[in-house]
Design a protein around this ligand. Sequence first.
Ligand code: NAD
Ligand code: UD1
Length: 340
Amino acid sequence: MKVLITGGLGYIGSHTAVELSSKGHECFIVDNLINSNRDVFNRIEMLGKHPISLMMVDLLDQKALADVFRRFKFDAVIHFAGLKAVGESVKNPLLYYEHNLMSTLNLLKEMKKANVKKLVFSSSATVYGDLSTPPITEDAPTSIINPYGQTKLMVEEILTDLAQSDPEWSTALLRYFNPIGAHPSGLLGENPNGIPNNLMPYLTQVAKGKREYLSIFGNDYPTHDGTGVRDYIHVMDLAEGHVKALIYLENNTGAHTFNLGSGRGYSVLDLIKTFEEVNNVHIPYRIVDKRPGDIAVSYADSSKAERELGWRATRGLGEMCEDAWRWEKGLEKSVDKTME
Ligand code: NAD
Ligand code: UD1
């Protein structure tokens, strides 16, 4: 398949591009480098099996995007591009609504014009909010607590309307749980700008000595050790899920929602302990106040993805911790970000 990957130089997109290329698909990446680095492309090419095309295009630039669709005929699109920092979205909601919605609308308009009607969309478990008792199934009620999550749900709704309006559209709305880990080569991984918001990138920076200690946000949640429980999923498992979703769309029209998670919940302390054990490093931590908006427990019921896509997560927490640490240790000066 000829696949356009928006945001293909980012964390999840880069791993997915390698996986697609290794499975024989022809990949075309568009990215505006707002949260990535040109060097990632060389690494994707090194790890993939087929030549990959890169176009530095901003999805907000409709003309440039139209040009991409004029130059190439795609079979399907995987849409990763977007802004994803929850705190920033609360401070600057207009930026998030404009960026995430306009870029998606531009993309959908060009897809429609070019008669490309297969799309995999990066949604998030954040759309479930705190209304449901885990394990969370796709039909659980949604509840949005920040503008970032709202943009995810709005795009899901746009894609559902589109599929209802035209039976030729096939879309997969993939609700990721907590992606962590890195490519086992140590060449690709997550490299957030500034101070990491999420647990694993913060933890690896503490392990490396870039940060003094990890703050654990609360230890009196109703969980086995009081710290928050999440469903961590290896980014390579996630990448494989996208390939399976593309294959599914070849034979299934309509809009289809899938949870992609491991189905297991681990606490912050579980993660720290596993990381220390498998990597033989010490992680200093302090218990601090809860982070506003955090929920106690979240993990997926991913049986729909197993049943319909033939996908399930196979990599365990230890492997996620080993791969994340190999990546952090190997971060070269060229892609490493300066300390704040
Ligand atoms: P990322 O920031 O690493 O990757 C996004 C990529 O898109 C970056 O390379 C960025 O430069 C590019 N980009 C952003 N806006 C663009 C635009 N207008 N035009 C062209 N390129 C643009 O993020 P990620 O972690 O790989 O996440 C990918 C997608 O998955 C995002 O939509 C995110 O919201 C969603 N998601 C991520 C997580 C997570 O924990 N990482 C969880 C759930 C959902
Ligand atoms: C975050 C996003 C969410 C996104 C999800 C998927 C926020 C507020 N939410 O959720 O929108 O869908 O990632 O990747 O960013 N923790 C600490 N110390 C830290 C960082 C985190 O104790 O320094 C704890 C949190 O309280 C939580 C767990 O670690 O219990 C995981 O946190 P994080 O990695 O930020 O993910 P989520 O909060 O699940």
